[in-house]
Design a protein around this ligand. Sequence first.
Ligand code: SF4
Length: 346
Amino acid sequence: MDPMNDNEVNTAAPPAAAAPRKGRALCMCSGGLDSMLAMCVLREQGVAAEAIAFTSPFFANPAGVTASLAELGFPLHLVDFTDDILALVRDPPSGFGSCLNPCIDCHARMIARAWEFAQANGFDFVATGEVLGQRPMSQMRPGLNRVRKLAGIGDFLVRPLCAKLLDETEPERRGLVDRERLLALNGRNRKPQMELAKKYGIRKYPTPAGGCKLTEPSYCRRLKDVIAHEGLDDARLLGILDHGRLFRLPGGTLAVLGRNRADNEALRTAMRGGDVQLRSVNVPGPTALAVRPAAADEAALRRLVAAYSDHKGVDTVVVRELHAASKPVEIPVPVCGREEFQSCLL
Ligand code: SF4
């Protein structure tokens, strides 16, 4: 077309407007329904969503998260959070919740770690599955703002399930996310989430959980005892606190007795140098792990294993002791009752 000739008519179709670039979102995923829905909402509008999940001895098995996300086709990045959460259990700047759960700092630290990961790996922003008003404190507006500020993420945190009720974020301002296609869920009613699950074809999801092991009173009672005696440096101990019955013997030894096959296997795997593994050999009984036992508890440990074995019809239980660096030894122990150990039970 000659720009000087006014009579010329441009009949060519106008060039198609380039589709605005959609963002890459890193979504924090606990394996629960809400985080999966947040990812589906983003994907529906063309955002490339991938998941990040944190692991530690206090959190649920990531296998569940992995399976749910694989079914939906979302890539997953697993990041070890053990050092972070241990530091917060030792010294939570914002304090604990009802047990040993430093929820405010934990949540903020997870967002901060997710944002670090996002920036290092070419993501545009972090997303979560939080719903305004779903939990009494942490998901009220001041709680959501406080955590965002503590995390130091600025305006790069999108909460797709309730974003329309919150201030506009930077990814929305930049057009990486279409605010109009985000949601305005509010409150504790789970019906909207269930409808959305149907819509997105999410068939299997866990019922909403109250929190991690740090919110469970019985687990925390045991954890407090371990903190007082062994400290928090041996992270594998934290993983076996709910793998059986725990005893603190009079000489100070921590002994764990499996309740079933899975516990027994976990205890065998957790054994380290200095520990002793015990079990009855002439009658069925649990595997016991004694963590770096005190010499003063040697006899009590054998009696403990004998007491918790299935010793009907015998007078003597043969207890096999396995030390990491030497051959197992078998020691006959007269049958005794469990009452002796009631006061040692944690
Ligand atoms: S429930 Fe556990 S994992 Fe969740 S924020 Fe609290 S301390 Fe962290």
